[in-house]
Design a binder for this molecule. Structure first.
Ligand code: M6R
Length: 610
């Protein structure tokens, strides 16, 4: 949700910033801009559109060669439409202060009024413009003092990169509730919303803490806390293969990431399963005794991560015989949740920065709940703030539509469930071992599904022009339908809805007409006959039915128009396999429609606003 970057060093800042913004474009891509400190002062280039558009206007306009300090921004609009004027960076009217901002300034109207009373004027509809003017208002020669004074008046979330024309050799960075990393180079330093932006230049990074301020020059980075005390952060060395953040010959990141799933699941599970099939989660605070004492579980997350929670609810409830609830993080925080020290709250997030999810975690902790997060991004806010963290080792996920993060989250939460079931004595040792073995076989099953994508491509070619798609399923299959439906709609813009199969006839069936595509997930064996009845009901009203079935299922194929078979596997593996052809289906439909698959309209990868 907006990407910010900054460079201070001896190299040409403009090219470096533009390249870094390309790597952050997944965070938002409706407008972009850079600010450079040049001989003439702060120079801004910004435009509505993508980084490619920014490059074009920069190449046409620039005589800013030789500038070695700058900040950049790629925007996902919240306040004010995507337009040239609303794009960042924002330069104060005095031309002394330029700001890039990720987050939302919640009290911007009040601050704006206050500044207007002191003669300040505003030319954008954004909340962010108030930051550059407020810092300017607080400035009387000391940039750090000005930023600290301004910060005390800001409400909301912010990661900020700030330039002062009077201090042409430095960048100031500040953050609260929005991510920001500092990259340390040789004679140069960086700020960025995420690691891929600067991976080409440095692998030595640390995350700026909550409400910390950093002053970066080419030679040095100084970090201060809210009280002005010096803070030292240990530096992480990022050992990602830089190629992991490249397309590697695939036309889109999404398809590359779909194909990376077997390896990602292997990497996530293997380090936690010992040879004797015992499980080592590496917990330091939550003891086995604590887990035995848990009386209920809540899983909270957003989007696809929430869908992981809905699948996991079924799995955990069945295996632990505890009340388990999946709750949208944006609702959890405000519903006065009933949680206490006997409640385990599981927080699921690829980015570890989703603001609603972060706030849900804080709410849970404030009420005394025990917390475990399942996160992909190392040392992200959610990882740092939860009591225990289980990392999914999926590698960088760049496509906005999640695939490998979803499947690794699911595999990991299932492994965690087996660990709890073993400790609490819900399952026999033999049963736990057989389920762990089944989980270990998932990567092979996914590989098998990915060997033959032709049948999915063919079905996609029949339906890519359709207007509406309904997904139906029961129990675990319904939970999976939610994700399959989201995948399709977010990248192909086809209207789709997921329904518990028994629920469709309570209203929505009125939308089924001749040729409507209904995708029926029929892998949950105990309710197969009921699903067949539901297929008959929609077929009788003219629907075309694509059924996703188990390999051994000989009945459903006779009532559906098309089938996709899932290789024979244990129940625990079913959701992890079943989602794969549905991810592919969404991908091929979107590809046939010519959609911008990795960057669907209106979306951003990391949602750091409420
Ligand atoms: O980074 P998170 O896992 O917390 O993100 C949560 C959702 O924003 C994310 O899953 C979103 O729904 C994806 N676009 C789905 O493909």
């Amino acid at each position: 949700m907006c990407g910010i970057v900054g460079y201070v060093g001896t190299r040409e800042a403009s090219e470096l910033l533009l390249e870094a913004l390309e790597k952050l474009e997944y965070r938002g891509y409706d407008s972009a801009g850079i600010a450079l400190i040049c001989d003439a002062g702060i120079v801004i280039h910004k435009t509505r559109g993508r980084i490619a558009d920014l490059r074009r206007i920069f190449d046409e306009a620039t005589d800013d060669d030789g500038c070695t300090v700058g900040i950049g921004h790629t925007r996902w609009a919240t306040h004010g439409e995507p337009s040239d004027v609303n794009s960042h960076p924002h330069l104060s009217k005095s031309k002394r202060v330029a700001v890039v901002h990720n987050g939302i300034i919640e009290n911007y109207i009040e601050l704006r009024r206050h500044l207007e009373q002191h003669g300040y004027t505003f030319s954008t509809e954004t909340d962010s413009e108030v930051v550059s003017e407020l810092i300017d208002y607080c400035y009387s020669g000391d940039p750090v003092a000005a930023v600290r004074k301004a910060e005390q008046q800001l409400k909301g979330s912010y990661a900020l990169g700030i330039l002062f024309s009077d201090f042409p050799d430095q960048i100031i960075a500040l953050r609260k509730d929005s991510p920001l990393i500092i990259g340390l180079g040789e004679g140069e330093n960086f700020i960025a919303s995420d690691i891929p932006a600067i991976l080409k230049h440095t692998r030595n990074v640390f995350r700026l803490g909550e409400r910390e301020l950093a002053v970066l020059t080419a030679q040095r980075v100084r970090v201060l806390d809210i009280f002005g005390n010096r803070v030292d952060h240990p530096v992480d060395h990022i050992d990602w293969d830089a190629a992991a953040a490249e397309k590697g010959g695939y036309p889109h990141f999404m398809i590359k990431e779909i194909f990376e799933q077997p390896e990602a699941i292997r990497k996530t599970l293997a380090p936690r399963i010992r040879e004797d099939l015992s499980i080592d989660l590496g917990f330091k605070r939550l003891t086995d005794e604590d887990l035995k004492g848990i009386e209920s579980i809540k899983i909270t997350a957003c989007g696809s991560a929430y869908h992981v929670g809905v699948v996991a609810k079924h799995f955990l409830q069945k295996n632990l015989r505890l009340p388990v609830e999946a709750v949208l993080a944006s609702e959890f925080r405000y519903e006065d949740p009933i949680v206490d020290e006997k409640t385990l709250v599981i927080i699921v997030s690829q980015s570890g920065e989703t603001l609603d999810t972060l706030y849900a975690l804080r709410e849970a902790k404030a009420r005394g709940a025990r917390t475990v997060s399942i996160v992909n991004v190392l040392a992200s806010s959610i990882a740092n703030e939860s009591e225990e963290v289980l990392y999914t080792w999926a590698g960088p996920e760049i496509a906005v539509a999640t695939t490998k993060a979803y499947s690794t989250q699911l595999a990991l939460i299932q492994l965690f469930g087996l660990h709890m079931a073993r400790i609490r004595g819900n399952l026999s040792e033999e049963e736990v071992k057989s389920q762990i073995t089944a989980l270990q076989k998932v990567p092979e099953g996914v590989e098998k599904l990915l060997e033959d994508v032709k049948s999915v491509q063919y079905i996609a070619s029949l339906y890519f022009n359709c207007q509406d798609v309904f997904f139906i399923g029961r129990n675990m299959d319904y939970a999976l339908s939610l994700e399959a439906s989201l995948k399709l709609k977010e990248i192909s813009y086809i209207h789709s809805e997921a329904y518990a199969a028994g629920e469709l006839k309570h209203g929505t069936i009125s939308l089924i007409e001749d040729g409507t595509l209904v995708i029926a997930l029929c892998t949950y064996r105990p309710l197969l006959e009921k699903m067949i009845s539901n297929i008959k009901e929609v077929s009788a009203r003219g629907a075309k039915v694509l059924a996703v079935i188990n390999e051994s299922d000989v009945q459903t194929g006779t009532v559906a128009d098309h089938i996709i078979r899932i290789p024979e596997c244990a129940d625990i593996a079913l959701p992890l396999l079943t989602i794969v052809p549905l991810q592919l289906f969404a991908y091929y439909i979107a590809s046939l429609k010519g959609c911008d698959i990795d960057k669907p309209r209106n979306l951003a990868k990391s949602v750091t606003v409420e």
